[in-house]
Design a protein around this ligand. Structure first.
Ligand code: BES
Ligand code: MN
Ligand code: ZN
Length: 491
């Protein structure tokens, strides 16, 4: 599907489907829309009245236009109230139009959307992102899909002539989101530690990034006992991925993105039981997927920021070689961990990834992890938990969240709760009591970052959408890529 830009007046547009966005407090047809309604023999007014269209955010109505008019169908989409108008409103409205256009078998859609904040660049980018993310469909694993995908070939943004750079930027970001979706959606017999490393190699090769893959022996030499403890029972070799984007001139900032990369989480010997969602645990590399998706986007955008993309990738399996519940592991910073639950494996892999990243001497580290069910209980499926002792970094991420529409909510890093991780025999346990389980998980991670401003995002909820939700789902959302790109590009 291609996005095109046009300065054709709305009244002159001819083609398959015309989509018009309207605010909730302004569905009456004035000015250009009144003339258009006249040209369409009053069909807009009729459509609004018959369908009781009020312009509620993301609501859509559509109709067939009579044959003597050079437009086949009309879609109206609501933008909600003007005072609640955000950049995300445009993204979601564009997504809603995309979905209706797909159902209506539109081939060409003309979009008449208002500018957000008088900013044609930000507006065009958001619209292009929304429609492409909404129309993406994954048929890789169907031999003969019932739903062959959308037939939309062209989306024409009316009044956005000259915004090629914005569309280009949207395409770069969308390519990263789609990579992340594909990695998360693919099952564990398709995406493995080996293929994750290959994907990273491919990104490095395609876009000229530096790459280092640490093999098991390399990780042993670095003393990564926590990561390797998790990897023990897998028949597949663990892979520690370190991709680096370096700009040509001196970077303004040096950042790291670290992703949890469990290509499958069985729970280990504390195996996940019935009703635990074990069959969905291919998603447990969602942090690593967002990391690689962000790498793909940032490598194309080429900002003046150095970015390290890091993931310790393995599976959490069972076998005679598996770590036993109660085993004591030593992480690469020398700290000892009593593994009182083998299902709290993500924090073990992240411990060594964070120690490694902390030594790079960067300005900030953000990790993303499908870390705890407790975070999903606290914040639901749409919102990631943000845990950081650093208010400035929290502010940067909150800003990126509001611009990208990928929601986060800051949670407390209540130091007192670390008592729940005290061990009688080692430096700490890997699992605390059930209450506050996402907070103790974050406090555990904090033990492995000494020198670098750090934030942790628990993305166990938003990596996956069971139902259709705006431009996401059903299925893998690619959550995190747009948030991370926005953060890296911010001042
Ligand atoms: N990968 C899971 C967390 C998870 C849960 C991700 C639901 C996505 C959806 C993680 O490794 C895990 O098993 N966490 C345990 C921790 C517990 C043993 C302290 C959990 O949340 O139950
Ligand atoms: Mn687990
Ligand atoms: Zn896990």
């Amino acid at each position: 599907m291609a996005i095109q830009l046009s300065d054709k007046p709305l009244l002159e547009w001819a083609g398959d489907t015309l989509a018009i966005a309207l605010f909730e407090d302004a569905v009456e047809l004035t000015g250009e829309l009144a003339s258009l309604d006249e040209r369409f023999a009053g069909i807009l007014k009729e459509l609004i009245a018959e369908e009781e269209f009020t312009g509620k955010a993301n609501s859509t109505v559509f109709t067939r236009v009579s044959s003597n008019i050079p437009v086949r169908k009309i879609i109206l989409v609501g933008l909600g109230k003007t005072e609640a108008f955000k950049i995300e409103t445009l993204r979601r409205a564009a997504a809603a139009v995309g979905k209706v256009g797909k159902k209506q078998k539109s081939k060409v859609i003309g979009l008449s959307f208002p500018l957000w904040n008088n900013d044609p660049t930000a507006s065009a980018q958001a619209i292009a992102e929304g429609v492409q993310l909404a129309l993406y469909q994954d048929n890789r694993f169907k031999s003969d899909p019932d739903d062959k995908g959308s037939q939309v070939e062209t989306v024409e943004l009316l009044g956005f002539a000259g915004q090629e750079a914005a569309i280009n930027r949207a395409n770069q970001i969308v390519s990263g989101v789609i990579l992340a979706r594909q990695l998360v959606a693919a099952p564990a017999n398709s995406v493995t530690p080996i293929t994750m490393a290959e994907t990273a190699q491919q990104i490095a090769q395609d876009y000229g990034l530096q790459i280092e893959i640490l093999e098991q022996e390399d990780c042993e030499k670095l003393g990564m006992g926590a990561f390797l403890g998790v990897a023990l029972a897998s028949d597949l070799p663990p892979k520690f991925i370190h991709l680096t984007y370096k700009p040509e001139s001196t970077p303004k900032r040096k950042l790291a993105i670290v992703g949890k990369g469990l290509t499958f989480d069985s729970g280990g010997l504390n195996i996940k039981g019935a009703g635990s969602g074990i069959e969905t645990m291919k998603i447990d590399m969602g942090g690593a997927a967002a990391t690689l998706g962000a790498a793909k986007a940032i490598a194309q955008i080429k900002p003046n920021v150095e970015v390290h993309f890091i993931s310790a990738v393995t599976e959490n399996m069972i076998s005679g070689k598996a770590m036993h519940p109660g085993d004591i592991l030593t992480a690469s910073n020398g700290k000892t961990i009593e593994v009182n639950n083998t299902d709290a494996e993500g924090r073990l892999t992240l411990a060594d990834a964070l120690v490694y990243t902390d030594k790079l001497g960067l300005d900030a580290i953000v990790d993303l992890a499908t870390l705890t069910g407790a975070n999903v209980i606290a914040l639901g499926d749409d919102i990631a938990g943000l845990y950081t002792p650093d208010d400035a970094l929290a502010g940067q991420l909150e800003q990126a969240a509001s611009e990208s529409g990928e929601k986060i909510w800051r949670m407390p890093l209540e130091e007192k709760y670390f008592e729940g991780l005290k061990s009688g025999i080692a430096d700490m346990k890997n699992t605390g009591p059930r209450p506050g389980g996402s907070i103790t998980a974050a406090l555990f991670l904090k033990q492995f970052v000494k020198d670098t401003p750090w934030a942790h995002l628990d993305i166990a909820g938003p990596v996956w959408a069971d139902k259709e939700n705006g431009y996401n789902g059903p299925g893998a959302t690619g959550y995190g890529v747009r948030l991370l790109v926005d953060w890296v590009l911010s001042e």
